[in-house]
Design a protein around this ligand. Structure first.
Ligand code: M6P
Ligand code: ZN
Length: 190
């Protein structure tokens, strides 16, 4: 193993990794079914297709025991009154956990068990958040600058988006009276 290849630099201002093995750019058109206000989605897409978030991932092979990590740059904004958010996923291997380290910005993480019970935790700079096994997780930017965080996860965890794409999260984060508020998702399928 070439140990020089085990060092990755992070640009603390932008969240970019150098080197990285995979970059993901998710625009509204890539995740239009994930927001509850379908009219707001169409209204925005008629004019533009904003970048919701970017991910720089440094991923090892899926051999058991390896770890991978990624930075996410989640832009500020709203679709209707729902804040910009990630798709959210379960791990394909359900017993794999994850650690989130928030670098800058302000937001929330929605953590949901397989029965649909959701908890909402704050993501604030210099905090470390543990995502237990068997819990889906989605991050939400409730601030007015990019929310930037590092995620560290077993390389064989895998992303299972299907359950969330079909059922959604039971709680969503919207603006109410100017403040981020968790409400029951009107489109949630039990
Ligand atoms: C974090 C990690 C990644 C994930 C990314 C975006 O960086 O959990 O594994 O890909 O967030 O989230 P999602 O895959 O749900 O779009
Ligand atoms: Zn994950």
């Amino acid at each position: 193993m070439d140990l020089d290849e085990l060092v990755v630099r992070i640009n603390i201002e932008t969240g970019q990794l150098e080197p990285y093995t995979r970059k993901i750019v998710r625009r509204l058109s890539d995740m239009k079914d994930f927001y509850y206000d379908k009219e707001a989605v169409q209204r925005i897409l008629a004019k533009e297709d904003p970048i919701i978030y970017e991910v720089y991932a440094w991923e090892r092979s899926t051999d058991e025991g390896n770890l991978s990590f990624a930075t996410t740059i989640l832009n500020p904004g709203k679709i209707g009154d729902e804040y910009y958010m990630t798709k959210g996923h379960f791990h394909s291997k359900r017993d794999r956990a994850e650690v989130y380290i928030t670098l800058s910005g302000n937001g929330k993480i929605v953590i949901q068990d397989e029965k649909g019970n959701a908890s909402v935790l704050d993501l604030v700079p210099n905090s470390i958040t543990y995502v237990p096994p068997r819990h889906a997780h989605r991050t939400v930017n409730t601030g007015n600058k990019p929310l930037i965080f590092i995620a560290i996860y077993p390389s064989d965890a895998g992303h299972d988006y299907d359950v969330i794409a079909q059922k959604g999260f039971s709680k969503i984060i919207v603006e109410r009276d100017g403040k981020p508020t968790a409400i029951d998702n009107p489109n949630y399928l039990k």
